[in-house]
Design a protein around this ligand. Structure first.
Ligand SMILES: [Zn+2]
Length: 62
């Protein structure tokens, strides 16, 4: 179970590493943020573990 939040191109201002393909997500690219909704360590820990994915990598992952 995952919480998923779409990030618009204008909201992407930092460089992230996509865990799906290991490549960078550069600023200005719309992408997807996902984090666990059912982590046993609690919500704060889940939020700290948020990951940024390319949209297509997230689709392939799920
Ligand atoms: Zn990717």
């Amino acid at each position: 179970m995952w919480n998923v939040q779409p990030i618009a191109a204008v909201g992407a201002t930092k460089v992230y590493t996509c865990p799906g393909c290991g490549l960078e997500i550069v600023p200005g690219v719309a992408h997807t943020v996902a984090w666990r909704a059912d982590g046993i360590m609690g919500e704060a820990d889940d939020l700290a573990g948020r990951r940024h994915w390319h949209n297509h990598c997230w689709k392939v992952h799920t």
